[in-house]
Design a protein around this ligand. Sequence first.
Ligand code: SF4
Ligand code: SF4
Length: 257
Amino acid sequence: MENFEQLKRDDRFCFSCKKEYSCFNQCCTDTNIFLTPYDVLRIRRHLNISSEDFLEKYTIQPFTKDQKLPVVLLKLLDDEKKHCPFVKKEGCSIYEDRPWSCRMYPIGLASQKTRAEDPGNEFFFLQKEDFCEGHTSKQEWSIGEWMHNQGIEPYENFSSLFREIVLHPYFDKGQDLTPQKMEMFHMVFYNLDKFRNFVFDSTFLKRFEVAKKTIENTKSNDIKLMEFGVDWLKFCLFGESTIKIRGEVSEEDLAEV
Ligand code: SF4
Ligand code: SF4
């Protein structure tokens, strides 16, 4: 990151993206698009398919032995230019629900945060691909204005939930998650339908005390379900008392995912 100038929300830059540019759609080929949990939620709703189907059809989930947490990338088409599956001649076919990184472009975000609540060393930077004509524009924005224009607010709200887990002090001690705990993390953040089934179609509610209001809220509301999932993860991954056990629950029960 040392080659990039570190920018703050108030810093300004010039940019615009227009269909008239000869580069139109070029940025939607041969690129790594990491999907956030909220991206998965928005896109699979847009496509009206289950999280399971979305993950299978549209993503790759590479895993290396040094990886601390699961990651989900958009699977590009296997054509000559490696097009994004959602790019059409007229532009992005899921524009209203396009991923966070597509909205942010050409702004990138880097973070050296070590705590969820720590403002830390988060900074923005400007990505300048040679082919992108957008940088020739005289239209000026602050980074904050750009983010607002691109509808980033709900993504920011949602990312605070994610950070509660990925920046948890548990990881400061160099501890890793077991494969089973990684599965739980993946289910709550990326495969929410599976988590919903786990909560409502298993013995979960017999084994754990969950307030009636929470049950009602989580049944049909994905955000509420994920909020509940974060409590569940804090309980399972870090041993916090965020979920109440009804009776004796064995390790085997907790692993029933
Ligand atoms: S201006 Fe940049 S962001 Fe817009 S279509 Fe062209 S390459 Fe993509
Ligand atoms: S999701 Fe849309 S904006 Fe993002 S790369 Fe694909 S077509 Fe382009």
